[in-house]
Design a protein around this ligand. Structure first.
Ligand SMILES: *Cc1c(COP(=O)(O)O)cnc(C)c1O
Length: 467
Protein backbone atom coordinates (compact mmCIF):
# COMPACT_ATOMS: atom_id res chain seq x y z
CA UNK A 1 0.00 0.00 0.00
CA UNK A 2 1.15 3.50 -0.76
CA UNK A 3 2.74 4.73 2.51
CA UNK A 4 0.68 7.92 2.59
CA UNK A 5 -2.53 5.94 2.07
CA UNK A 6 -1.42 3.48 4.77
CA UNK A 7 -0.78 6.38 7.13
CA UNK A 8 -4.28 7.72 6.55
CA UNK A 9 -5.73 4.28 7.26
CA UNK A 10 -3.82 4.12 10.53
CA UNK A 11 -5.00 7.59 11.54
CA UNK A 12 -8.52 7.32 10.20
CA UNK A 13 -10.45 8.02 13.43
CA UNK A 14 -8.41 11.18 14.17
CA UNK A 15 -8.60 12.33 10.56
CA UNK A 16 -12.38 11.94 10.53
CA UNK A 17 -12.56 13.90 13.76
CA UNK A 18 -10.57 16.73 12.18
CA UNK A 19 -12.86 16.66 9.14
CA UNK A 20 -15.90 16.70 11.40
CA UNK A 21 -14.42 19.67 13.28
CA UNK A 22 -13.86 21.53 10.01
CA UNK A 23 -17.41 20.77 8.90
CA UNK A 24 -18.87 21.99 12.19
CA UNK A 25 -16.94 25.25 11.82
CA UNK A 26 -18.28 25.77 8.31
CA UNK A 27 -21.83 25.19 9.51
CA UNK A 28 -21.35 27.48 12.50
CA UNK A 29 -20.15 30.22 10.13
CA UNK A 30 -22.86 29.69 7.54
CA UNK A 31 -24.82 32.71 8.72
CA UNK A 32 -21.88 35.03 8.07
CA UNK A 33 -20.51 33.46 4.92
CA UNK A 34 -21.25 35.61 1.87
CA UNK A 35 -24.44 34.19 0.44
CA UNK A 36 -23.21 34.23 -3.15
CA UNK A 37 -19.69 34.15 -4.53
CA UNK A 38 -19.80 34.33 -8.30
CA UNK A 39 -16.91 32.34 -9.76
CA UNK A 40 -13.97 34.32 -11.11
CA UNK A 41 -13.07 31.44 -13.43
CA UNK A 42 -9.48 31.34 -12.13
CA UNK A 43 -7.71 28.57 -10.32
CA UNK A 44 -8.80 25.49 -12.24
CA UNK A 45 -5.61 25.35 -14.27
CA UNK A 46 -3.06 23.36 -12.29
CA UNK A 47 -1.12 20.10 -12.38
CA UNK A 48 -2.26 16.84 -10.84
CA UNK A 49 -0.22 16.08 -7.69
CA UNK A 50 2.57 13.62 -8.51
CA UNK A 51 2.80 12.54 -4.88
CA UNK A 52 -0.07 13.12 -2.46
CA UNK A 53 -0.11 15.04 0.80
CA UNK A 54 -2.49 12.75 2.68
CA UNK A 55 -5.94 13.60 3.98
CA UNK A 56 -4.72 16.17 6.51
CA UNK A 57 -2.74 17.98 3.82
CA UNK A 58 -5.65 17.80 1.40
CA UNK A 59 -8.00 19.27 3.98
CA UNK A 60 -5.60 22.14 4.60
CA UNK A 61 -5.19 22.78 0.89
CA UNK A 62 -8.95 22.71 0.35
CA UNK A 63 -9.43 25.18 3.18
CA UNK A 64 -6.85 27.54 1.74
CA UNK A 65 -7.60 27.37 -1.96
CA UNK A 66 -11.22 26.37 -2.44
CA UNK A 67 -13.26 26.90 0.68
CA UNK A 68 -13.11 30.71 0.35
CA UNK A 69 -14.63 30.40 -3.10
CA UNK A 70 -17.68 28.43 -1.96
CA UNK A 71 -20.95 30.22 -1.36
CA UNK A 72 -23.32 30.17 1.58
CA UNK A 73 -26.01 28.53 -0.55
CA UNK A 74 -26.78 26.06 2.25
CA UNK A 75 -27.54 29.00 4.52
CA UNK A 76 -30.76 30.81 5.42
CA UNK A 77 -30.68 33.74 2.98
CA UNK A 78 -29.89 32.10 -0.35
CA UNK A 79 -33.12 32.70 -2.28
CA UNK A 80 -31.92 32.03 -5.83
CA UNK A 81 -33.42 29.29 -8.03
CA UNK A 82 -35.22 26.92 -5.63
CA UNK A 83 -32.41 25.71 -3.45
CA UNK A 84 -32.98 24.36 0.05
CA UNK A 85 -30.30 23.40 2.53
CA UNK A 86 -29.39 20.31 4.49
CA UNK A 87 -31.03 19.37 7.79
CA UNK A 88 -28.67 18.03 10.49
CA UNK A 89 -30.02 14.50 10.10
CA UNK A 90 -29.70 14.63 6.31
CA UNK A 91 -26.03 15.56 6.60
CA UNK A 92 -25.46 12.59 8.90
CA UNK A 93 -27.32 10.35 6.47
CA UNK A 94 -25.26 11.68 3.58
CA UNK A 95 -21.98 11.06 5.42
CA UNK A 96 -23.02 7.51 6.26
CA UNK A 97 -24.00 6.93 2.63
CA UNK A 98 -20.33 7.39 1.74
CA UNK A 99 -19.13 5.39 4.72
CA UNK A 100 -21.21 2.35 3.77
CA UNK A 101 -20.73 2.93 0.05
CA UNK A 102 -23.55 0.56 -0.88
CA UNK A 103 -24.51 -0.02 -4.46
CA UNK A 104 -28.29 0.26 -4.23
CA UNK A 105 -28.93 -1.24 -7.65
CA UNK A 106 -29.88 -4.72 -6.48
CA UNK A 107 -31.10 -6.68 -3.44
CA UNK A 108 -28.64 -9.52 -4.10
CA UNK A 109 -26.03 -8.51 -1.57
CA UNK A 110 -27.47 -5.86 0.74
CA UNK A 111 -30.60 -4.47 2.35
CA UNK A 112 -29.77 -1.03 0.95
CA UNK A 113 -32.40 -1.22 -1.79
CA UNK A 114 -34.99 -2.23 0.81
CA UNK A 115 -34.18 0.90 2.78
CA UNK A 116 -34.72 2.86 -0.42
CA UNK A 117 -38.11 1.18 -0.93
CA UNK A 118 -39.14 2.09 2.60
CA UNK A 119 -38.11 5.71 2.01
CA UNK A 120 -39.96 5.92 -1.32
CA UNK A 121 -43.02 4.51 0.47
CA UNK A 122 -42.80 7.22 3.14
CA UNK A 123 -42.50 9.91 0.48
CA UNK A 124 -45.49 8.43 -1.33
CA UNK A 125 -47.49 8.79 1.89
CA UNK A 126 -46.41 12.43 2.31
CA UNK A 127 -47.56 13.31 -1.20
CA UNK A 128 -50.65 11.07 -1.27
CA UNK A 129 -49.15 8.79 -3.92
CA UNK A 130 -49.73 5.48 -2.16
CA UNK A 131 -50.78 3.65 -5.34
CA UNK A 132 -47.59 4.65 -7.16
CA UNK A 133 -44.19 3.01 -7.05
CA UNK A 134 -41.00 5.00 -7.27
CA UNK A 135 -37.24 5.25 -7.19
CA UNK A 136 -34.55 7.75 -6.30
CA UNK A 137 -32.82 9.64 -9.09
CA UNK A 138 -30.28 12.45 -9.04
CA UNK A 139 -32.66 15.39 -9.49
CA UNK A 140 -35.96 16.58 -10.89
CA UNK A 141 -34.54 16.69 -14.41
CA UNK A 142 -33.91 12.95 -14.26
CA UNK A 143 -37.25 12.39 -12.54
CA UNK A 144 -39.03 14.20 -15.38
CA UNK A 145 -36.91 12.23 -17.85
CA UNK A 146 -38.01 8.89 -16.37
CA UNK A 147 -41.66 10.02 -16.38
CA UNK A 148 -41.46 11.11 -20.01
CA UNK A 149 -39.62 7.93 -21.02
CA UNK A 150 -42.40 5.87 -19.47
CA UNK A 151 -44.97 8.07 -21.22
CA UNK A 152 -43.19 7.44 -24.51
CA UNK A 153 -43.39 3.69 -23.91
CA UNK A 154 -47.11 4.07 -23.16
CA UNK A 155 -47.62 5.80 -26.51
CA UNK A 156 -45.95 2.78 -28.11
CA UNK A 157 -48.16 0.38 -26.20
CA UNK A 158 -51.24 2.12 -27.66
CA UNK A 159 -49.83 1.31 -31.12
CA UNK A 160 -48.88 -2.24 -30.20
CA UNK A 161 -45.12 -1.61 -30.22
CA UNK A 162 -42.34 -1.12 -27.69
CA UNK A 163 -40.43 2.08 -28.33
CA UNK A 164 -37.60 0.75 -26.17
CA UNK A 165 -37.20 -2.14 -28.65
CA UNK A 166 -38.10 -0.49 -31.93
CA UNK A 167 -36.85 3.04 -31.44
CA UNK A 168 -38.64 6.32 -31.32
CA UNK A 169 -38.93 6.43 -35.10
CA UNK A 170 -41.65 3.77 -34.91
CA UNK A 171 -43.91 6.21 -33.05
CA UNK A 172 -44.39 8.75 -35.79
CA UNK A 173 -45.39 12.15 -34.55
CA UNK A 174 -45.49 12.56 -30.79
CA UNK A 175 -47.97 15.02 -29.29
CA UNK A 176 -47.00 16.72 -26.04
CA UNK A 177 -49.02 19.47 -24.44
CA UNK A 178 -48.16 21.72 -21.52
CA UNK A 179 -48.93 25.20 -20.23
CA UNK A 180 -45.78 26.58 -18.61
CA UNK A 181 -43.27 23.71 -18.49
CA UNK A 182 -39.91 23.82 -16.75
CA UNK A 183 -36.82 23.89 -18.99
CA UNK A 184 -35.99 20.34 -17.93
CA UNK A 185 -39.05 19.03 -19.82
CA UNK A 186 -37.52 20.27 -23.08
CA UNK A 187 -34.20 18.75 -22.09
CA UNK A 188 -35.93 15.43 -21.41
CA UNK A 189 -37.61 15.50 -24.81
CA UNK A 190 -34.23 16.16 -26.44
CA UNK A 191 -32.65 13.22 -24.58
CA UNK A 192 -35.55 10.93 -25.50
CA UNK A 193 -35.22 11.53 -29.22
CA UNK A 194 -38.67 13.07 -29.29
CA UNK A 195 -37.33 16.57 -29.81
CA UNK A 196 -37.86 19.90 -28.10
CA UNK A 197 -40.00 21.19 -30.97
CA UNK A 198 -42.68 18.56 -30.38
CA UNK A 199 -43.88 20.30 -27.22
CA UNK A 200 -46.97 22.34 -27.96
CA UNK A 201 -47.58 25.18 -25.54
CA UNK A 202 -51.22 25.45 -24.57
CA UNK A 203 -52.23 28.99 -23.53
CA UNK A 204 -52.38 29.68 -19.83
CA UNK A 205 -55.15 31.56 -18.06
CA UNK A 206 -54.85 35.29 -18.49
CA UNK A 207 -52.26 36.76 -16.11
CA UNK A 208 -51.40 33.29 -14.84
CA UNK A 209 -48.98 30.43 -15.47
CA UNK A 210 -51.73 27.84 -14.92
CA UNK A 211 -53.00 26.12 -18.05
CA UNK A 212 -56.33 27.23 -19.50
CA UNK A 213 -58.42 24.06 -19.19
CA UNK A 214 -60.74 25.04 -22.04
CA UNK A 215 -57.78 25.56 -24.39
CA UNK A 216 -56.30 22.23 -23.29
CA UNK A 217 -59.61 20.55 -24.02
CA UNK A 218 -59.62 22.14 -27.49
CA UNK A 219 -56.05 20.96 -28.12
CA UNK A 220 -56.90 17.39 -27.07
CA UNK A 221 -60.04 17.50 -29.17
CA UNK A 222 -58.01 18.53 -32.21
CA UNK A 223 -55.86 15.39 -31.85
CA UNK A 224 -58.85 13.38 -33.04
CA UNK A 225 -58.34 10.43 -30.73
CA UNK A 226 -54.54 10.29 -31.08
CA UNK A 227 -52.85 9.49 -27.76
CA UNK A 228 -50.70 12.27 -26.30
CA UNK A 229 -48.66 13.28 -23.28
CA UNK A 230 -49.86 16.10 -21.04
CA UNK A 231 -47.25 17.62 -18.75
CA UNK A 232 -49.01 19.38 -15.90
CA UNK A 233 -47.14 21.79 -13.70
CA UNK A 234 -47.54 21.82 -9.94
CA UNK A 235 -45.47 24.81 -8.98
CA UNK A 236 -43.94 26.89 -11.77
CA UNK A 237 -40.58 28.44 -10.92
CA UNK A 238 -41.52 32.05 -11.65
CA UNK A 239 -44.76 32.48 -9.76
CA UNK A 240 -45.41 29.01 -8.27
CA UNK A 241 -48.64 28.64 -10.16
CA UNK A 242 -50.47 25.31 -10.25
CA UNK A 243 -52.42 23.69 -13.04
CA UNK A 244 -55.86 22.45 -11.99
CA UNK A 245 -54.76 18.81 -11.67
CA UNK A 246 -58.23 17.50 -10.88
CA UNK A 247 -59.73 19.13 -13.97
CA UNK A 248 -56.90 17.80 -16.15
CA UNK A 249 -57.25 14.31 -14.71
CA UNK A 250 -60.98 14.36 -15.46
CA UNK A 251 -60.19 14.93 -19.13
CA UNK A 252 -58.64 11.46 -19.17
CA UNK A 253 -62.13 10.04 -19.32
CA UNK A 254 -62.64 11.66 -22.71
CA UNK A 255 -59.16 11.73 -24.25
CA UNK A 256 -56.29 9.22 -24.25
CA UNK A 257 -53.23 10.86 -22.69
CA UNK A 258 -50.48 10.13 -20.21
CA UNK A 259 -50.53 12.64 -17.39
CA UNK A 260 -47.09 13.56 -16.07
CA UNK A 261 -46.98 16.08 -13.24
CA UNK A 262 -43.84 18.10 -12.55
CA UNK A 263 -44.22 18.83 -8.84
CA UNK A 264 -40.50 19.31 -8.25
CA UNK A 265 -41.03 21.59 -5.26
CA UNK A 266 -44.74 22.45 -5.49
CA UNK A 267 -45.69 18.94 -4.40
CA UNK A 268 -44.59 19.92 -0.89
CA UNK A 269 -47.81 21.94 -0.63
CA UNK A 270 -49.34 18.55 0.18
CA UNK A 271 -47.57 18.59 3.55
CA UNK A 272 -49.57 21.53 4.91
CA UNK A 273 -53.38 21.24 5.13
CA UNK A 274 -53.86 24.94 4.32
CA UNK A 275 -51.88 24.61 1.06
CA UNK A 276 -52.75 21.03 0.07
CA UNK A 277 -55.63 22.08 -2.22
CA UNK A 278 -53.00 23.37 -4.67
CA UNK A 279 -52.05 19.77 -5.47
CA UNK A 280 -55.53 18.32 -5.28
CA UNK A 281 -55.70 15.59 -7.93
CA UNK A 282 -51.97 14.80 -7.89
CA UNK A 283 -52.67 11.13 -7.19
CA UNK A 284 -54.47 10.79 -10.53
CA UNK A 285 -51.20 11.36 -12.40
CA UNK A 286 -49.56 8.52 -14.31
CA UNK A 287 -46.14 9.80 -13.30
CA UNK A 288 -44.96 12.44 -10.85
CA UNK A 289 -41.65 14.23 -10.33
CA UNK A 290 -40.66 15.44 -6.86
CA UNK A 291 -37.29 17.00 -6.08
CA UNK A 292 -35.78 16.31 -2.68
CA UNK A 293 -32.64 18.47 -2.66
CA UNK A 294 -34.93 21.48 -2.77
CA UNK A 295 -37.71 21.53 -0.19
CA UNK A 296 -36.93 18.32 1.68
CA UNK A 297 -33.60 19.96 2.54
CA UNK A 298 -31.38 16.96 1.83
CA UNK A 299 -27.98 17.37 0.15
CA UNK A 300 -27.52 17.19 -3.62
CA UNK A 301 -28.28 15.11 -5.46
CA UNK A 302 -31.69 13.61 -4.77
CA UNK A 303 -35.16 13.44 -6.28
CA UNK A 304 -37.84 10.79 -6.54
CA UNK A 305 -39.92 9.67 -9.49
CA UNK A 306 -43.32 8.04 -9.07
CA UNK A 307 -45.20 5.99 -11.61
CA UNK A 308 -48.39 3.96 -11.99
CA UNK A 309 -46.90 1.77 -14.73
CA UNK A 310 -43.78 0.20 -13.38
CA UNK A 311 -44.06 -2.47 -16.06
CA UNK A 312 -43.56 0.13 -18.80
CA UNK A 313 -40.73 1.73 -16.85
CA UNK A 314 -39.00 -1.65 -16.70
CA UNK A 315 -39.45 -2.07 -20.45
CA UNK A 316 -37.42 1.12 -20.92
CA UNK A 317 -34.79 0.79 -18.20
CA UNK A 318 -34.32 -2.98 -17.81
CA UNK A 319 -30.69 -3.92 -17.59
CA UNK A 320 -30.91 -7.62 -18.34
CA UNK A 321 -30.12 -9.48 -21.51
CA UNK A 322 -33.27 -9.81 -23.56
CA UNK A 323 -33.19 -13.66 -23.35
CA UNK A 324 -33.54 -13.49 -19.56
CA UNK A 325 -36.90 -11.82 -19.98
CA UNK A 326 -38.31 -8.77 -18.31
CA UNK A 327 -37.95 -8.58 -14.52
CA UNK A 328 -41.23 -9.19 -12.72
CA UNK A 329 -42.48 -8.75 -9.16
CA UNK A 330 -40.56 -6.01 -7.40
CA UNK A 331 -37.76 -5.29 -9.88
CA UNK A 332 -34.37 -4.14 -8.63
CA UNK A 333 -33.65 -0.45 -9.07
CA UNK A 334 -31.15 -1.24 -11.83
CA UNK A 335 -34.22 -1.98 -14.00
CA UNK A 336 -36.07 1.22 -13.13
CA UNK A 337 -33.77 4.20 -13.61
CA UNK A 338 -31.11 5.47 -16.03
CA UNK A 339 -28.21 4.59 -13.71
CA UNK A 340 -27.03 1.05 -13.07
CA UNK A 341 -24.63 1.38 -10.15
CA UNK A 342 -26.00 4.03 -7.81
CA UNK A 343 -25.30 5.39 -4.37
CA UNK A 344 -27.83 4.87 -1.58
CA UNK A 345 -29.08 8.42 -1.91
CA UNK A 346 -32.26 7.46 -0.06
CA UNK A 347 -30.33 7.37 3.21
CA UNK A 348 -30.18 11.16 3.69
CA UNK A 349 -33.95 11.38 3.10
CA UNK A 350 -34.53 8.41 5.41
CA UNK A 351 -32.56 10.17 8.16
CA UNK A 352 -34.36 13.49 7.89
CA UNK A 353 -37.82 11.84 7.73
CA UNK A 354 -36.97 9.65 10.71
CA UNK A 355 -35.51 12.54 12.68
CA UNK A 356 -38.20 15.17 12.03
CA UNK A 357 -41.15 13.27 10.64
CA UNK A 358 -44.14 14.67 8.84
CA UNK A 359 -44.58 17.40 11.48
CA UNK A 360 -41.01 18.68 11.24
CA UNK A 361 -41.09 18.90 7.48
CA UNK A 362 -44.57 20.41 7.44
CA UNK A 363 -43.28 23.17 9.71
CA UNK A 364 -40.46 24.01 7.27
CA UNK A 365 -42.98 24.36 4.43
CA UNK A 366 -45.34 26.48 6.51
CA UNK A 367 -42.59 28.78 7.78
CA UNK A 368 -41.10 29.28 4.32
CA UNK A 369 -44.51 30.14 2.88
CA UNK A 370 -45.25 32.56 5.72
CA UNK A 371 -41.91 34.28 5.09
CA UNK A 372 -42.48 34.61 1.36
CA UNK A 373 -45.86 36.21 2.04
CA UNK A 374 -44.39 38.59 4.60
CA UNK A 375 -41.54 39.62 2.32
CA UNK A 376 -44.06 40.23 -0.46
CA UNK A 377 -46.17 42.43 1.82
CA UNK A 378 -43.22 44.38 3.18
CA UNK A 379 -41.66 44.97 -0.23
CA UNK A 380 -44.98 46.15 -1.62
CA UNK A 381 -45.47 48.48 1.35
CA UNK A 382 -42.00 49.96 0.79
CA UNK A 383 -43.20 51.37 -2.53
CA UNK A 384 -39.83 50.47 -4.07
CA UNK A 385 -40.97 47.35 -5.87
CA UNK A 386 -44.14 45.86 -7.25
CA UNK A 387 -45.15 42.23 -7.27
CA UNK A 388 -45.43 40.60 -10.69
CA UNK A 389 -47.76 37.96 -9.25
CA UNK A 390 -49.44 37.24 -5.95
CA UNK A 391 -47.33 35.15 -3.56
CA UNK A 392 -49.08 31.80 -3.96
CA UNK A 393 -46.59 29.70 -2.03
CA UNK A 394 -42.88 30.18 -1.39
CA UNK A 395 -41.69 32.54 -4.13
CA UNK A 396 -41.90 36.33 -4.35
CA UNK A 397 -41.72 37.47 -8.00
CA UNK A 398 -41.27 41.22 -8.26
CA UNK A 399 -39.76 44.09 -10.18
CA UNK A 400 -38.81 47.70 -9.60
CA UNK A 401 -41.74 50.05 -9.08
CA UNK A 402 -39.84 52.79 -10.92
CA UNK A 403 -38.61 52.21 -14.50
CA UNK A 404 -38.31 48.40 -14.42
CA UNK A 405 -36.06 48.19 -17.48
CA UNK A 406 -33.91 45.13 -18.17
CA UNK A 407 -30.76 47.17 -17.35
CA UNK A 408 -32.04 48.43 -14.03
CA UNK A 409 -33.31 45.00 -12.97
CA UNK A 410 -29.94 43.50 -13.90
CA UNK A 411 -28.18 46.19 -11.88
CA UNK A 412 -30.46 45.40 -8.95
CA UNK A 413 -29.68 41.66 -9.21
CA UNK A 414 -25.94 42.44 -9.08
CA UNK A 415 -26.27 44.92 -6.24
CA UNK A 416 -28.22 42.41 -4.13
CA UNK A 417 -25.67 39.65 -4.87
CA UNK A 418 -22.77 41.94 -4.04
CA UNK A 419 -24.25 42.79 -0.66
CA UNK A 420 -23.43 39.20 0.32
CA UNK A 421 -26.59 39.33 2.42
CA UNK A 422 -28.90 37.46 0.10
CA UNK A 423 -29.03 36.11 -3.42
CA UNK A 424 -31.97 36.30 -5.84
CA UNK A 425 -32.14 35.12 -9.43
CA UNK A 426 -33.50 37.18 -12.32
CA UNK A 427 -36.39 36.21 -14.54
CA UNK A 428 -38.67 37.55 -17.22
CA UNK A 429 -42.32 37.11 -16.41
CA UNK A 430 -45.10 38.13 -18.77
CA UNK A 431 -42.51 40.04 -20.79
CA UNK A 432 -41.36 41.99 -17.74
CA UNK A 433 -37.85 41.67 -16.29
CA UNK A 434 -37.98 40.85 -12.61
CA UNK A 435 -36.45 38.99 -9.70
CA UNK A 436 -37.48 35.94 -7.71
CA UNK A 437 -36.96 35.32 -4.02
CA UNK A 438 -37.53 31.60 -3.37
CA UNK A 439 -37.83 30.39 0.23
CA UNK A 440 -37.05 26.72 0.80
CA UNK A 441 -34.31 26.57 3.44
CA UNK A 442 -35.09 25.11 6.89
CA UNK A 443 -32.77 27.62 8.61
CA UNK A 444 -34.49 30.86 7.57
CA UNK A 445 -35.75 32.88 10.55
CA UNK A 446 -37.43 36.26 11.16
CA UNK A 447 -34.01 37.83 11.66
CA UNK A 448 -33.01 36.60 8.22
CA UNK A 449 -36.18 38.05 6.78
CA UNK A 450 -35.21 41.46 8.17
CA UNK A 451 -31.75 41.18 6.65
CA UNK A 452 -33.19 40.09 3.30
CA UNK A 453 -35.66 42.98 3.28
CA UNK A 454 -32.95 45.48 4.23
CA UNK A 455 -30.58 44.20 1.53
CA UNK A 456 -33.20 44.40 -1.23
CA UNK A 457 -34.51 47.83 -0.29
CA UNK A 458 -30.97 49.22 0.16
CA UNK A 459 -30.07 47.95 -3.31
CA UNK A 460 -33.21 49.60 -4.77
CA UNK A 461 -32.36 52.90 -3.12
CA UNK A 462 -28.71 52.64 -4.22
CA UNK A 463 -29.89 52.17 -7.77
CA UNK A 464 -31.90 55.38 -7.73
CA UNK A 465 -28.96 57.33 -6.34
CA UNK A 466 -26.73 56.10 -9.16
CA UNK A 467 -29.11 56.77 -12.04
C1 LIG B 1 -35.75 22.56 -10.10
C2 LIG B 1 -36.83 22.09 -11.00
C3 LIG B 1 -36.59 21.13 -11.98
C4 LIG B 1 -35.21 20.56 -12.25
O1 LIG B 1 -34.66 20.07 -11.08
P1 LIG B 1 -33.14 19.61 -10.92
O2 LIG B 1 -33.15 18.98 -9.59
O3 LIG B 1 -32.32 20.85 -10.98
O4 LIG B 1 -32.82 18.67 -12.02
C5 LIG B 1 -37.67 20.69 -12.72
N1 LIG B 1 -38.89 21.21 -12.55
C6 LIG B 1 -39.15 22.17 -11.64
C7 LIG B 1 -40.53 22.72 -11.50
C8 LIG B 1 -38.13 22.64 -10.83
O5 LIG B 1 -38.37 23.60 -9.92
Amino acid sequence: MDPILAGDLADLPELLDETRHAAAQVLAGLNDRPVARPSDGNGADSTVPAVGVGLRGALREFQQRWEPKLSGSAGPRFLGFVTGGTTPASIAGDWLTSVFDQNAFTTMDSGAAELERETVGWLGQLFGLTEHTGAFVSGATMSNFVGLATAREWLGERMGISVAQSGVGALGQVHILSGAPHASIYKGLAMLGIGRDQLRLVPTQSGREAIDIRRLTDALDALDGHPSIVVANAGTVNTVDFDDLRAIAELKQRYPFWLHVDGAFGAFAALAPEHARLVDGLAAADSVCVDLHKWLNVPYDAAVQFTRRRDLQVQVFQNTAAYLGIPTGAPDFVHLVPESSRRLRALAAWFTLTAYGRAGHREIVQRNVAMARRLGERLTASGLVQLLAPVRLNVVCFTLADRPTAERVQALTHAVAESGETFLTPTVYDGKPGLRAAFSNWRTTDTDLDRIYDAITAACIGLDQES
